[in-house]
Ligand binder design. Structure first.
Ligand code: AMP
Length: 113
């Protein structure tokens, strides 16, 4: 499969990794939209959030625990952060491998653009 995030997950394409375990990888976004911009991905390929099933509940929960851990490690837990999942065209998704943006280091605006 020609998926850039699968290639990052299996080491074919380099990335600046910040966390990895058997199910999840987190790395810095190549075009950061905030002083801290990390992508957290499941190693299992899902094109979009719409592809997850009941059997993936633990994995998705684990991703939020990883975000929690990274936020504490980077000391952005108290100042705060935002987690974003873009889905399909109107969501602004450009890479079709499920990923969670972890954004921090500046105040986030609401409503988002
Ligand atoms: P989205 O628009 O939600 O699909 O987000 C895709 C994100 O992947 C964007 O923020 C891109 O900057 C980022 N991205 C694309 N290619 C790479 C790469 N090789 N390494 C790190 N981040 C990437």
């Amino acid at each position: 499969m020609n998926c850039i995030f699968c290639k990052i997950a299996n080491g074919e394409i380099p990335a600046k990794k910040i966390y990895e375990d058997d199910r999840v990888l987190a790395f810095y976004d190549i075009a950061p939209q905030a002083p801290i911009h990390i992508l957290i991905i499941p190693k299992k390929h899902f094109a979009t959030l719409l592809e997850i099933g009941e059997e993936d509940s633990q994995l998705i929960g684990h991703i939020f625990l990883v975000a929690n851990k990274i936020a504490k490690e980077l000391k952005i837990d108290e100042s705060g952060f935002r987690i974003v999942v873009n889905c399909n065209r109107d969501g602004g998704q450009t890479v079709f491998h499920l990923h969670f943006h972890l954004l921090a280091g500046r105040p986030m605006h609401w409503p988002p653009g």
